[in-house]
Design a protein around this ligand. Structure first.
Ligand SMILES: *[C@@H]1O[C@H](CO)[C@@H](O)[C@H](O)[C@H]1NC(C)=O
Ligand SMILES: *[C@@H]1O[C@H](CO)[C@@H](O)[C@H](O)[C@H]1NC(C)=O
Length: 162
């Protein structure tokens, strides 16, 4: 009986496929604005994002320090008691910071070290969290890092190019 319970617990953990919780930072940006995103309309490896893509995919940007390990993963953001699953498609690079030359590092480490940055596009902020003032967002969040997803299939569905 006891071993059956342990096996069940292990299967349950593997199925969830998430690690955490960890403390992170949520910020906001506009993917269409060249002032806010040095490569407007583009993600790390795909170009030509469309309204349909942003309406259906909770794409976010993460700190480029974390990109090689956590690119194209599902990430659960817990904010104000609500879980929302987002997907890492893009990266925040200090070289692209407009004012603070260390913006990605500083934002990632705002509430914890090493911290974890989730920079959320304005349309996802609105649909997922009902937040409209994306420029003012600098919020403490709890995150869970989960499984990888098939980015090529999603890119094909929304006709992104690379
Ligand atoms: C959020 O997701 C995590 C990871 O799956 C889970 O442990 C937690 O209970 C969830 N919280 C809520 C409020 O659903
Ligand atoms: C979204 O935010 C607006 C403005 O703060 C508020 O009036 C509205 O009720 C909110 N909608 C939901 C679904 O929470």
């Amino acid at each position: 009986m006891r071993s059956a319970i342990i096996v069940f617990a292990l299967v349950h953990l593997a199925a969830a496929g998430c690690s955490g919780p960890k403390i992170g930072t949520m910020t906001g940006y506009d993917n269409t604005d060249g002032h806010d995103d040095k490569h407007p309309g583009s993600l790390m490896e795909y170009d030509h994002t469309t309204p349909a893509f942003w309406a259906n995919v909770n794409a976010v940007s993460i700190y480029d320090r974390d990109w090689s390990q956590w690119k194209y993963h599902n990430i659960i953001i817990n904010y104000k008691g609500k879980n929302v699953t987002v997907q890492s498609w893009d990266a925040c690079t200090n070289a692209d910071c407009p004012e603070d030359p260390q913006c990605c590092t500083h934002n990632a480490q705002k509430f914890a070290k090493p911290g974890f940055l989730v920079d959320v596009e304005k349309r996802v902020l609105k649909s997922a969290f009902n937040i409209t003032n994306y420029n003012d967002v600098m919020n403490k969040i709890t995150i869970y890092l989960c499984d990888a997803f098939d980015h090529q299939a999603v890119a094909n569905k929304y006709h992104l190019s690379n």
